[in-house]
Design a protein around this ligand. Structure first.
Ligand SMILES: Nc1ncnc2c1ncn2[C@@H]1O[C@H](COP(=O)(O)OP(=O)(O)O)[C@@H](O)[C@H]1O
Ligand SMILES: N[C@@H](CC(=O)OP(=O)(O)O)C(=O)O
Length: 549
């Protein structure tokens, strides 16, 4: 490690200043090489202890110009360099905090924005949530000796190794891992894995990742404070595995985070994905990928300047990179576009996450924690649509479609109302709809069905109820291809899309372009869907568009 040269040529390290928020370089007489008590590659507001004006001189470094010489052990008053207001949210998903190495990189990344006082939202490490769910399923079904469940051993090893590699105490997560094992034992005895137990079980992932990361920041001298979302006012419905945030959350979260920040500034490290059911007071989860929603909720609650969601891709892409590796980042999106995209299956954002951001009118930036210099995607209320045709193609697989034809003659009224009241009574949400006076084609939202794991019984029941008033044709294994873009130019989009589909021998079974100004949905067979997405991507994003412009 290079020998540090301290601020103003001092032989002792510089101290972090109290409440310094402005830079007064002129106060520092010597402009030589500075070490601003850097941590993790970033520099912060510091105080010069030896400079002529004595302690209390406030200096904010210009990060670009500062040469970082050491990762010095900082002084206890590190947090005092933080500004007097929280400024943004930075959410890091599981892929961003999958290992000790990644956590160090994320810490460096956060500290490379010294002008920010962020709220950090973290997901569970890597695939922890999946592992917890399969551990719960095994405990409930086949395995009687819980300690033999592979996933439990994996999670223990991952978390203890991470703690060790970060130079932290095992005790930090020991309690959680012991409690986790006891919980799995309970599930194994009962042979029952209810949605409520499932939410409590998966909460261990975020509870541990945030404790580890917060302890690491404190270790490197950045004052941080861990929060469990269910303890700081994230109040939700009691819909375990898919809970909705309730309004009371916003003032409660703002009061807690702002209050603590004003009293004793420390970077808040909040568990993503989790809440507390308002009736049951039990831990709930916000649906898979729900940490994005935690981030936007905090952004709105605190009225922050920006919400950043850090992923493992260069932003929202023109299609799922797992379907087509040539997908390109989309630089700008509106909240409406992003919401449709997420709702119709783009895994990159949680379907509900745009709502708080839109309500609070807070820009959301999707960035790549593996490639921070990539510009990412900026999501705002509006953007220049004059040149926009198609923004992104989204695929939602394994969708169930229903063709419902009234058994009565033409001219009857109330048919649509009757059909939809059946769905309402059964609590099933409908995705895409196309209607005539006597027939309806629609698709059912699979996530709603999956989350309650009642797929077949529920479908049978739906059909049974509908058959009282109509002929019903149930079609499974369908896909929705959503063309997200400028529906003001729908004729162009449709002309090109249908030409591509015809050339690929694909028949569209249903089409919907409704009130949404940004989405045209096409239903095709699951087996043809990927081929369609690739062909559409190639036609819209890789070929010359002049023939349709
Ligand atoms: N249109 C899309 N744009 C970007 N990523 C997408 C898209 N569709 C699917 N994905 C997938 O979403 C992943 C990122 O979302 P997610 O796994 O929730 O990230 P994280 O765990 O970091 O929050 C990407 O790795 C990519 O495979
Ligand atoms: N850990 C949760 C919540 C989440 O948001 O995760 P990620 O940000 O890694 O998608 C999940 O896997 O669903």
């Amino acid at each position: 490690m290079a020998t540090p040269t301290y601020l103003c040529g001092s032989k002792t390290p510089c101290y972090f200043s109290k409440s310094a928020s402005s830079f007064s370089r002129s106060m520092c007489s010597q402009q030589q090489k500075l070490n601003f008590a850097s941590f993790g590659g970033a520099c912060r507001v510091v105080q010069c202890p030896t400079q002529g004006r004595g302690r209390g001189v406030r200096v904010v470094c210009n990060v670009q110009k500062v040469e970082v010489l050491t990762r010095s052990e900082p002084e206890s008053q590190a947090s005092e360099g933080l500004s007097n207001q929280l400024s943004c949210v930075m959410k890091f998903g599981g892929s961003s905090v999958a290992s000790a190495e990644r956590m160090k990189e994320v810490a460096d990344l956060i500290l490379s924005f010294p002008e920010e006082s962020p709220v950090i939202v973290l997901s569970a490490m890597g695939k922890t949530t999946n592992k917890l769910i399969s551990a719960g399923e095994k405990a409930a079904s086949c395995v009687s000796i819980v300690s033999e469940i592979d996933e439990l051993a994996f999670l223990k090893e991952l978390h203890y190794r991470t703690v060790e590699e970060l130079g932290l105490e095992k005790t930090l997560i020991e309690d959680h891992l012991e409690k986790l094992e006891r919980l799995l034992n309970g599930i194994s005895v009962l042979k029952e894995f209810t949605p409520r137990a499932r939410d409590y079980l998966v909460s261990f992932g975020e509870c541990m990742s945030t404790r580890i990361f917060s302890a690491y920041l404190n270790k490197i001298g950045v004052k941080a404070r861990q929060y469990d979302a269910f303890d700081i006012g994230f109040i939700t419905t009691d819909d375990f595995t898919n809970a909705d945030i309730l309004e009371a959350t916003y003032p409660a979260v703002a009061k807690r985070l702002n209050g603590d920040w004003i009293r004793d500034p420390a970077i808040p490290i909040v568990t993503g994905f989790l809440g507390k059911g308002w009736r049951t007071c039990a831990v709930t989860t916000l649906g898979r990928g729900g940490s994005d929603l935690t981030a936007t909720t905090i952004g709105k609650a605190l009225g922050l300047r920006e919400i950043q969601v850090w992923k493992d891709v260069d932003g929202v892409l023109t299609c799922d990179p797992n379907i087509y590796s040539g997908a390109e980042p989309v630089p700008y999106l509106t909240f409406d576009e992003a919401a449709e995209l997420a709702y119709f299956g783009a895994q990159v954002l949680h379907p509900q996450s745009m709502r708080p951001a839109r309500e609070g009118d807070i820009p959301v930036r999707v960035k790549n924690s593996y490639n921070p210099n990539a510009p990412g995607t900026l999501i705002t209320k509006s953007r220049d649509m004059s040149k926009a045709v198609l923004t992104s193609i989204v695929l939602k697989r394994n969708v169930t479609m229903l063709d419902i034809v009234s058994t009565r003659m033409l001219g009857q009224f109330g048919f649509l109302a009757k059909v939809f009241s059946i769905f309402e009574d059964l609590g099933i949400s409908v995705d895409v709809v196309a209607t005539s006076e006597v027939s309806i084609s629609l698709t059912l939202d699979p996530s709603k069905l999956w989350s309650r794991e009642l797929i077949q019984q529920e479908l049978d029941h739906v059909v049974e109820e509908l058959e009282k008033i109509a002929k019903v044709n149930l079609l499974q294994h369908r896909s929705i291809i959503s063309l997200i873009g400028n529906v003001q130019r729908s004729s162009l989009v449709l002309e090109k899309a249908f030409r591509v589909l015809r050339m690929n021998g694909v028949n569209v079974q249903m089409i919907s372009q409704g009130a949404s100004k940004v989405n045209i949905s096409l239903i095709v067979n699951d087996s043809e869907a990927e081929k369609c997405v690739k062909a559409l991507h190639s036609a819209f994003f890789e070929n010359d568009m002049s023939d349709i412009d």
